[in-house]
Design a protein around this ligand. Structure first.
Ligand code: SF4
Length: 84
């Protein structure tokens, strides 16, 4: 999810971020709500891979980033730790 307060330079992917036009409720759904629509939008976003890498590198805990939910990113982080 695109955050307006991010000030790092290497964030070119944000220029094509489809979520910039969608409401935050899409990407930060209430607990138990579906993330399906956000993931569909991510699937069509040019910056999806860079967005996911950013979220993993910055340990973003909340919301959908790069097409993955919080739980899915945590699973990915755990898998990467296990593989060393
Ligand atoms: S991949 Fe999803 S969360 Fe990331 S910039 Fe694109 S639309 Fe936004």
């Amino acid at each position: 999810m695109l955050i307006n307060t991010v000030t790092e330079d290497a964030l070119d992917w944000q220029e094509t971020a489809l979520c910039a036009q969608a409401g935050p409720e899409f990407f930060f759904p209430a607990p138990g709500s579906s993330t399906r629509e956000a993931k569909q939008l991510c699937g069509a976003c040019e910056g999806r891979v860079a967005c996911l890498e950013y979220a993993l590198a910055n340990d973003e805990r909340f919301g959908v980033w790069g097409g993955l939910s919080e739980k899915e990113r945590e699973r990915l982080r755990r898998k990467e730790r296990e593989q060393g």
